[in-house]
Design a protein around this ligand. Structure first.
Ligand code: ANZ
Length: 805
């Protein structure tokens, strides 16, 4: 018999909704905050990748609820975003309507999957009640000196009429283009808000140590922060008053410097370039603007550069070395200038061999046909000769400081966070630019500063956002002065920086209590940090870094009580198309979860997606696997349909039941959601093998465990065996350790191919022990007596073999 998933699923979804089954409770002393990375409600709706992570958190949340924890398991919408803006620009419609419609679709889709979200806690980053707090947090950042306006080189995209963040720019044939739409992107200086995340670089590094996060994500964050300790060393420019300050982590190689390189954007370039070289230098500088940083740093690409015609003096050798401009040096890292040591640096080697610049080895190596980057003794290095790297660096650091030509410097790869977007559909900045040049914050009581209603969302043409068109909104009076509003809006990252706090503050959808209140602090103390956070690897750096930064600032402001927001993090793998490719609209290989829910049911989809492999693995979709999941649920349904229950335990299932409960509990605890399912299967197989009636509590407890994976079916079967709903609020089963005596196996003992004895052994007994045990058996001893053993073989858990003569 198959069950009708359509009937069952609708029935229980209605039941849960009407009975507020998954309402966040505040009645226990233990809590679990289980969080999904919330979705951007795109027009395309949910794809099959979403339920993979969402089911994982749901399984965990459901177990915790049954283990008598207060559980916070919410969902919401990362609802500002570029697609809605582009839709508005194209159609003239309000992005808000478009977004609202998409949210309805998303919510309905999630509900058909039976997730145990508390929908009462729903948040929407584009709701004024929500962005009121986003704006408030921005004001705190400003007051703390962590937000300021700077002229910054930005990725300007004429096609989209906006500045893009680095991560929104990709490289196509060596040229920068926008990830969305593929429009050309160039570097252009513009006045922008930046958030000084670099002030928190060390805190962001140190905090990582305390987190239960994948090693790979921690490494990505560490590399992104890129803390590097070195020296800045001054090279005097010949016939000039200018100094070139280079940053180096290898000051010990200074005797091998053969030229200096400036980044094309370095202000010194045009100041020091020789008149005769100026045109060539200027052309090179213009060309560099079209390249991405990644492209410029790509070691597989040929290095390019031009000579400035100028020389600088090595403070340790007094030699003059040529000054070049090359785009492999980045201007916004350290000083934007490098002392090049081609003998010991791959990039410099390539550059020097291409442009025929001298190469001088200063560390001993046998092979001088290529750059040597290993360790060795210094040579050709005056007072450093004979020293190794560490000794030489120490000495150089001392000398450089004594001679007043160098200083210790710590650099970070981390850049301040460019926080302005030339877009309509984002949070307006709660600031005013006054006529006298001052910046004023909008009064806290006047927040939120609403995004104005308009049917005129058009590019401004000036590079400003479409908000610049709304002159009545932009130009206002403030305390008797003329003032202008900021026409930039905040990036989409802003809303997702604190949404996990917003859930805690939400009392009914989009109604939040004041983040800076006593009540809020109490709730934060109850719920923070997030105990389990699951989402895609694509957010390993930016979202997780930005959110940690805001959290740390809020911690410093005494708004939140914990130093870090997300204690445990797991990245779920992707669901790929059946041929292993990434699913994408353009390839036409996207699988729509709605269709699967229709054909196989939500329980099947949930079960399949978590059973297909470890949560972290990216695995191809398989209809065979999906059918398999459904077949097993049918098998469970039939089992209950045909079952006879008894209150008397004949003990046959004692071991398997307790073993399965223990393993399922531990496996879910460890987020090994797939192997826990295998254990449930083991139990069902064992029940099928039993003749006679089955001990009722075992079946009930099985259904409880099933309910975290296949909640609709579990509710239905729970009711079928005469219980009251909801199984989801029952207590999680316990196991009896005393019933878990070690599993034993029967071992056969053969002598010259003939079975002579058997014995019981605990599973996994070692070969040596098996041989000893076998020889202790009297029948075996008799057959061995007076014979020579030529060979003895033990196959664990199976057999012992003696060959005798
Ligand atoms: C001389 C040298 C000799 C270097 C040698 C390396 C090896 P991290 O660890 O990334 O900080 N560098 C400095 N500023 C740069 C910039 N703006 N763009 C590109 N490269 C830059 O690495 C620091 C090293 O990267 C510095 O040490 C410098 O090259 C280069 F055998 O100086 B080194």
């Amino acid at each position: 018999m198959e069950f009708s998933h359509k009937k069952i699923e609708k029935k229980w979804q209605k039941f849960w909704e009407e009975n507020h089954t998954f309402k966040t409770t505040d009645i226990h002393d233990k809590k679990a905050y289980i969080l999904d990375m919330f979705p951007y409600p795109s027009g395309a709706g949910l794809h099959v990748g979403h339920p993979k992570g969402y089911t994982a958190t749901d399984v965990f949340a459901r177990m915790r609820r049954m283990q008598q924890y207060d559980v916070l398991h919410p969902i919401g919408w990362d609802a500002f975003g570029l697609p809605a803006e582009q839709y508005a620009l194209k159609t003239g419609n309000d992005p808000r309507e478009f977004t609202a419609k998409n949210i309805v679709t998303f919510r309905n889709q999630l509900k058909t999957l039976g997730f145990s979200y508390d929908y009462n806690k729903e948040v929407n980053t584009s709701d004024p009640n929500y962005y009121k707090i986003t704006q408030w947090i921005f004001q705190q950042l400003y007051k703390k000196g962590l937000a300021e306006i700077r002229e910054a080189n930005v990725n300007w995209c004429e096609g989209l009429g906006t500045v893009l963040a680095n991560e929104e720019v990709i490289s196509e044939n060596g040229k920068m283009v926008s990830e969305v739409g593929g429009f050309e992107v160039i570097k252009k200086p513009m006045k922008q808000w930046v958030l000084k995340i670099t002030k928190y670089a060390d805190r962001l590094l140190e905090g990582l140590e305390t987190l239960d996060w994948p090693h790979s994500v921690k490494e990505l964050q560490k590399n992104w922060i890129g803390k590097s300790t070195g020296l800045t060393i001054d090279f005097k420019v010949e016939d000039s008053n200018e100094n070139i300050s280079v940053f180096t982590t290898r000051a010990d190689t200074i005797f091998g410097v053969s030229y200096i390189v400036l980044a094309p954007e370095n202000d010194l370039v045009l100041k020091i370039a020789n008149k005769n070289n100026l045109v060539e230098v200027q052309n090179y500088v213009t060309l560099a603007k079209t390249k991405t940083d990644v492209e410029r740093q790509d070691d597989s690409k040929e290095k390019t550069g031009v000579f400035t015609g100028t020389y600088a003096i090595n403070p340790f050798t007094n030699e003059s070395v040529p000054v070049w401009v090359a785009d492999y040096v980045l201007n916004d890292y350290a000083t934007g200038a490098v002392m090049a040591v081609p003998a010991h640096d791959e990039r410099d080697w390539k550059f020097a061999t291409k442009y025929d610049l001298p190469i001088k080895f200063v560390i001993e190596t046998k092979d001088e046909s290529k750059a040597f980057i290993g360790e060795g003794k210094h040579i050709n290095s005056d007072f450093l000769d004979g020293l190794d790297r560490i000794e030489a660096l120490e000495l150089m650091t001392k000398k450089a400081q004594e001679m007043n030509v160098g200083q210790v410097k710590v650099n970070y790869k981390l850049r301040d966070w460019l926080f302005s977007r030339q877009r309509f559909y984002g949070e307006p900045f709660p600031v005013l630019f006054l006529e006298d040049g001052e910046i004023a914050l909008i009064d806290e009581k006047d927040l939120p500063l609403l995004l104005p209603q308009t049917d005129y969302i058009k590019p401004s043409g000036t590079g400003e956002s479409p908000l610049a068109n709304l002159t009545d909104w932009v130009n206002i009076e403030y305390n008797g002065q003329k003032a202008k509003r900021e026409t930039n809006t905040m990036p989409q990252w802003a809303g997702s920086c604190w949404y996990y706090l917003a859930y805690i503050l939400t009392t009914s959808p989009n109604n939040l209590i004041d983040i800076n209140s006593k009540e809020a602090m109490q709730l934060f103390k109850k719920w923070l940090p997030v105990d389990l956070y699951i989402g895609g690897q694509e957010h390993a750096v930016l979202h997780l870094m930005y959110a940690r930064f805001w959290h740390q600032v809020l911690f410093d402001l005494n708004v939140v009580p914990t130093a870090e927001p997300f204690q445990k993090l797991i990245n779920q793998g992707m669901i790929l198309a059946d041929n292993g490719e990434k699913m994408s609209k353009s390839k036409g290989n996207v699988i729509n979860p709605d269709e699967i829910i229709e054909s196989h049911g939500a329980d099947t989809l949930r079960l399949y997606e978590v059973f297909m492999g470890p949560l972290e693995a990216s695995l191809p979709w398989s209809y065979k696997g999906l059918d398999g999941a459904r077949k097993w649920l049918d098998r469970v349904y039939r089992m209950i349909e045909n079952i006879e229950l008894t209150e008397n335990n004949n003990k046959n299932l004692d071991f398997v039941f307790n073993d399965v409960v223990k393993k399922v509990t531990n496996m879910i605890e460890d987020c090994k959601f797939n192997t826990a399912v295998s254990q449930l299967m083991v139990f069902v197989n064992a029940v099928y093998k039993e003749e006679g009636p089955i001990y009722r509590p075992y079946i009930e407890n099985f259904l409880k465990m099933l309910s975290v994976y296949a909640p609709h079916l579990a509710e239905e079967l729970w009711e079928k065996i005469g219980n009251q709903a909801s199984v989801c609020l029952e207590e999680w089963p316990n196991y009896d350790e005393t019933k878990l005596v070690l599993d034993t196996v029967t071992i056969a003992v053969q002598i010259n191919g003939k079975l002579r004895a058997t014995f019981e052994a605990s599973k996994g007994m070692s070969k040596e022990e098996m041989l000893i045990k076998a020889k202790e058996i009297s029948n075996v001893q008799e057959f061995l007596a007076g014979k020579e053993i030529i060979k003895e073989i033990a196959v664990p858990d199976k057999i012992v073999n003696f060959a005798v003569k």
